[in-house]
Write a protein of this length. Structure first.
Ligand SMILES: CC(=O)SCCNC(=O)CCNC(=O)[C@H](O)C(C)(C)COP(=O)(O)OP(=O)(O)OC[C@H]1O[C@@H](n2cnc3c(N)ncnc32)[C@H](O)[C@@H]1OP(=O)(O)O
Ligand SMILES: O=C(O)/C=C/CC(=O)O
Length: 255
């Protein structure tokens, strides 16, 4: 992508875009998995969503986001965030996670399990983990550091771990009530599920990126609004300062 006209690197732009997933989220648990979503959750808490509940990424709720790589700092713990509490919370719907699957398809079905034939996978990864339950209980968003047809696949994902808006996957086409897929942030653009029948729609293009570039790197048709497509908002000086504080070792640039 061409960001030569921009004074801000891509990682900060993507963090700022990811944080928007949780704007005005209220008192819910927020989980950002991986450096960029995690910094974004901290940014959201420090700015427009002070009530969100975040963890140390291990087993505790903390009152402030912990800077990445600063495990020697003593956080203020608010209470345990062990699996028991995490599952009670997520089943109630009061949580919004942002995750990075290895594949996603036109329905938002996402894969973190295997690539290739299930019986003899080319690559085996995490397994379905908490994706099935998460996807039918609470909102989910996605971050993809690479936007290409290997990730945004042409057909269905090789293993449906996270449920999506595919009517053929449900008895009588009845989608689960809790299914709520929100935002997709990539290196090229921001997308959502706001097209007809929840089709994936372009929401903004990062500076210097064209719609054709997004479409050429996506294995299925991307819905394009008729109005001019907005440009993804640049981070403000305040947001840049918070990002530096949340990631003093600049791990975001290696994500
Ligand atoms: C909330 C819960 O339930 S917990 C789960 C939440 N987890 C996440 O959000 C996961 C975040 N993502 C990750 O941690 C990582 O992306 C993982 C663990 C899924 C995969 O990480 P890695 O093993 O480092 O994957 P990596 O990208 O290096 O790929 C390894 C191999 O897998 C295969 N692979 C990975 N992605 C793809 C893909 N989209 N298409 C085809 N093959 C792929 C390839 O063979 C690749 O090797 P190659 O690049 O040499 O061809
Ligand atoms: O798969 C896991 O380890 C955990 C699932 C619950 C979660 O989404 O945090």
């Amino acid at each position: 992508m061409n960001m030569s006209n921009s004074s801000h690197p891509l990682s900060e732009l993507m963090i700022t875009a990811c944080a928007e997933a949780w704007r005005d989220a209220g008192e819910i648990m927020v989980t950002g998995i991986g450096p960029i979503p995690r910094i974004a959750a901290g940014l959201a808490k420090h700015t427009f969503s002070p009530a969100i509940q975040i963890t140390d990424g291990e087993a505790w709720y903390t009152s402030e986001p912990l800077p990445l790589g600063q495990s020697h700092q003593q956080p203020v713990y608010e209470g345990p965030a062990n699996y028991d509490r995490v599952f009670s919370t997520l089943w109630s719907g009061k949580r919004h996670a942002m995750v990075t699957p290895v594949q996603i398809d036109r329905y938002g079905q996402a894969n973190i399990s295997v690539i290739g034939d299930h019986k003899k996978p080319r690559t085996a990864m995490l397994g379905v983990r908490g994706f099935p339950g998460n996807s039918i209980c609470h909102p989910n968003s996605f971050f993809f550091p690479k936007h290409n047809k290997r990730v945004f696949v042409e057909g269905e994902v090789d293993f449906v771990c996270m449920a999506g808006y595919n009517p053929d996957r449900y008895p009588r086409g009845q989608m689960p009530k809790g299914l709520d897929l929100r935002l997709i942030v990539t290196e090229l653009c921001v997308l959502d599920f706001g097209g007809t029948h929840h089709s994936i729609r372009i929401r903004s293009l990062h500076p210097g990126v064209t719609f054709d570039e997004v479409q050429d790197n996506t294995g299925f048709p991307v819905t394009c609004p008729s109005a001019p497509i907005p440009t993804t908002c640049m981070p403000t000086p305040e947001q840049l300062a918070i990002i530096s504080q949340l990631d003093p070792e600049e791990k975001r640039k290696r994500s």
